[in-house]
Design a protein around this ligand. Sequence first.
Ligand code: DON
Length: 311
Amino acid sequence: MQDERIDPAALAAFLERLSAEILERGDWGKVADYIPELAAIDPAQFAISVALADGTLVSAGADRVPFSIQSVSKVFTLACVLGRQGGQIWQRVGREPSGSRFDSILLLELERGKPRNPFINAGAIVTTDALLEGREPKAALSEILTFLQSACEDVTVRIDPAVARSELETGFRNIALANYLKSYGNLRNPPELTLGTYFHQCAIEMTTRQLAQAGRVIAGLPGAPKILSVMNARRLNALMMTCGHYDGSGDFAYRVGLPGKSGVGGGILLIAPRRASIAIWSPGLNGYGNSQMGTFAAEQLARFTGWSSFG
Ligand code: DON
C-alpha cells in the first residue's frame, strides 16, 4: 500500500498481522542489563501505536503497558531547551552523528568536552544541564513532564522512581561522562545534580499509545497541541534521522527512511512528517542498543505504508 492517505482499517489489520508475526518469530534480542530494573523485564513483548493525521490512533499488541522511555526522552528535553533558549545549546553540543556507542567517552576527550550530538549520553547530559540552569531539578523535570503530558494530552504520564534509583546505583559510565564534562567546563551544575535530573528524565514511563500521541507535535500533525515551533520540529526530525539510533543511525535510515529515536527500554519514536507519529516497544535490544523487533517493525511499517522521508 503506497497511498499516504492511509486507510485506518487496513492499517489496523496490518498492525495485527505484524504483531502476530513478531510474537511467532521470538527473535527478541537482549534486554538492557546495566540498569537492574530493566534487566528484570521480559523481552518477549511487543506494542505499536500509530497516530494518524486525521486524528485516529491505530494500535496493536501491549499498547497499554507502560515502559521506560529512556533515551526517547532526550528528544523532548531538547525540545524544551530549544524552546527556552533557542540555538545557544549548540555552543556546548554538536549536531553530527557520533558513529560510536551511546555511552562512549572516546570522542569527548578527542573533542575537548563538546559532545557530538544531543542524543548520545554525553550530549543529553549537557542538554539536561542547560534545562536545569538556575533552578531545582524538580522544576526542570516538571518542565519535561508537563511538555510530554501536554503533547499527549494525558496527565497520567509519570516518572518511575525505582528505575531512576536503579540507574543511579549503577550509572558509573554516566557518572564518568558527567565528571569529564565538568572538567572541560561544559557542565554548569554539580555533576550529581545534573545526573539526578538526567536519570529521572530517562525513567519517564509511557505506553505506546501515549508516546505516539506525544510525537504528533514533532510530526506536525493537524490536531497536535501547539507547543513546538515548526522550525524546531524540523530540527528535531533532522537530528533524529542522523543521530537518533547512535552508531546504528545509518542502518536505521537505510532500512526505515524515517526519523526515529530509540531508548534502551526498547522504545522507538518514529516520525512520518505530516503523516503520522508512531511509537513501538519491544524491550529486547540489538547490538547497537536499539530495540531489535522494534527496528524490524519500523521497517515493515515503512514498507507497507510507503512512508519515507526520501519520496
Ligand atoms: O543513560 C543511560 O544509559 C540510559 N538512561 C539511557 C540510554 C539509552 O536509552 C540509550 N538508548 N538506546
